[in-house]
Design a protein around this ligand. Structure first.
Ligand code: MN
Length: 488
């Protein structure tokens, strides 16, 4: 049986979240108005209109390039890529070709063997987005040019990805980084982050790459993994049946769960690239580049490692807490506040990863609303109440949830609802006697030497006090009462 190697490269298009479009002052908020309400002579490509480069888009692209370890080229060139399609009013797209803004980077992912693996980035270049075709149910198609001219970053990986799972992890990592540095909102459903893949297979004994097929229309991480897995299987079966792989573009059909041939692949020369005559070469200097480097925040991997070492977190918790920047920022504010009242960084991590994530998930609240839903100060307050013995852990969970829902301060909730821990021995002794009287079976078991039966009785006291009884005190009064009664 022949063994096959898989080679995958991804081309990701990410919109840069600027206020205006790539080449003029037209609003880039293309979803914020009626179709064709966000257009201009430049974004419609009317004759005689001249493009002017968006400074912030270049800054964001360079920032992205730095975040994925690219070289930022201080001299780069815009180019025209010519093709005809109704969503492209000029008949060409302004992009970059042989001299892109960023080149030769990498990002680290977890490889299929479980070890860290670097995936090379060949380039990151800047270009303009196209308009959108809206296909109506009656067979007609409409065109909306609102998106026409929105800044895009195209990020092309090296063919370093060896499986559909690695492709998914690469894309996830790239999305995490772009969202983290605030240049893209990560919305794949609405196409603000898009992914195409080139995939080929070859027998393990063969040196040169096989014929590559391009896959388009994958709108989720799951779709990327499924489409590539399907395509690898399809190509292997074709080779085994003695067929040849055709270089082509195939679309992923989510409903059918298969890729479908769309058109034979075009080659670079078909696009008749040439330098854009209306835009001078982009000349940047070292001072400008230093400012971009200064703008780059601590990135998720570095922050994850720091969380592990500085706060003693497990890798898993550190990963969860650095999955998105608002979460990491929230966590660190909560730690600072908790440490001021003898709460530990680990306690904060447990509450955030456990309770807060659950509540956010259930309520569908976005992570950047964490700090308003439950101010970090409230976690510190809760930990303080626990440390002082004012509330039990069971009550703390209720208070946490109540604080999340109502916005109330934990101490106030405890006071209003009378949730203070009951450590009073007399009160608990009375309860213990009732519980012993009502539960003869575990009582007998306990007295016959099955000491673990006391757990059930402690539980009954907790239940009777709605979680407010001090569990240690409850246990010790029970032990005393069980002995007393046994002797009587
Ligand atoms: Mn492109």
């Amino acid at each position: 049986m022949t063994e096959y190697l898989t080679t995958i490269g991804l081309e990701v298009h990410a919109q840069a979240r600027t206020a205006s479009k790539m080449f003029d002052a037209c609003s880039a908020d293309y979803a914020g108005g009626d179709p064709n309400s966000r257009t201009s002579v430049v974004s419609l490509g009317l004759p005689g209109s001249l493009p002017v480069v968006n400074r912030r888009a270049i800054e964001m692209a360079a920032l992205s390039g730095l975040a994925i370890n690219c070289t930022i080229n201080l001299h780069s060139i815009f180019a025209r890529k010519s093709y005809i399609y109704p969503d492209l009013p000029k008949g060409y797209q302004i992009t970059q070709y042989d001299q892109p803004l960023c080149s030769d980077g990498w990002i680290e992912i977890q490889g299929d063997d479980g070890n860290p693996k670097r995936v090379g980035i060949e380039r990151l270049h800047i270009e303009e987005d196209t308009g959108r075709l809206v296909h109506a149910g009656d067979g007609t198609s409409l065109v909306d040019y609102n998106r026409s001219g929105v800044p895009l970053m195209e990020i092309v990986s090296a063919p370093d990805i060896a499986s559909p799972e690695e492709a998914r992890r690469y894309f996830q990592k790239l999305r995490q980084i772009l969202m983290w540095i605030g240049v893209n909102n990560g919305d794949m459903e609405h196409g603000e982050l898009r992914c195409d893949a080139n995939v080929s297979i070859r027998p393990a004994t063969q040196q040169e790459y096989g014929v590559k097929v391009e896959i388009k229309n994958m709108n989720s991480f799951r779709a990327v993994e499924r489409a590539l897995a399907y395509e690898v299987e399809r190509q292997i079966k074709a080779l085994q049946a003695g067929e040849r792989i055709i270089q082509e573009t195939r679309g992923w059909n989510e409903a059918l769960g298969k890729t479908v041939g769309q058109r034979s692949k075009e080659f670079a020369h078909d696009y008749r690239y040439f330098p854009e005559p209306d835009i001078p070469p982009l000349m940047l200097d070292e001072e400008w580049l230093a400012a971009r480097k200064a703008e780059l925040p601590e990135l998720p991997d570095a922050r994850r490692v720091r969380f592990e070492t500085a706060y003693g977190l497990s890798t898993q918790d550190a990963e969860l807490l650095t999955s998105e920047r608002p979460i990491a920022d929230y966590y660190e504010v909560a730690v600072t506040k908790a440490q001021a009242v003898n709460g530990s960084a680990k306690d904060v991590a447990n509450w955030v990863v456990g309770e807060l994530f659950r509540l956010l998930n259930e309520s569908g609240a976005p992570t950047d609303s964490m700090a308003t839903r439950l101010p970090p100060q409230h976690i510190a307050e809760l930990l303080d109440l626990l440390a002082k013995g004012s509330i039990t852990r069971t009550v703390a969970k209720q208070v946490f949830e109540e604080s999340f829902r109502s916005g109330g301060k934990p101490a106030q909730i405890v006071a209003d609802k009378g949730l203070t821990q009951i450590s009073d021995t007399d009160a608990l002794t009375t309860l213990a006697r009732e519980v012993i009287a009502k539960n003869p079976k575990p009582v007998t078991e306990y007295r016959n030497g099955k000491t673990s039966a006391i757990q059930f009785l402690v539980g009954q006291i907790m239940k009777a006090t709605r979680g407010q009884a001090n569990p240690q005190t409850a246990r010790s009064v029970l032990e005393t009462e069980l002995q007393n009664d046994g002797e009587a």
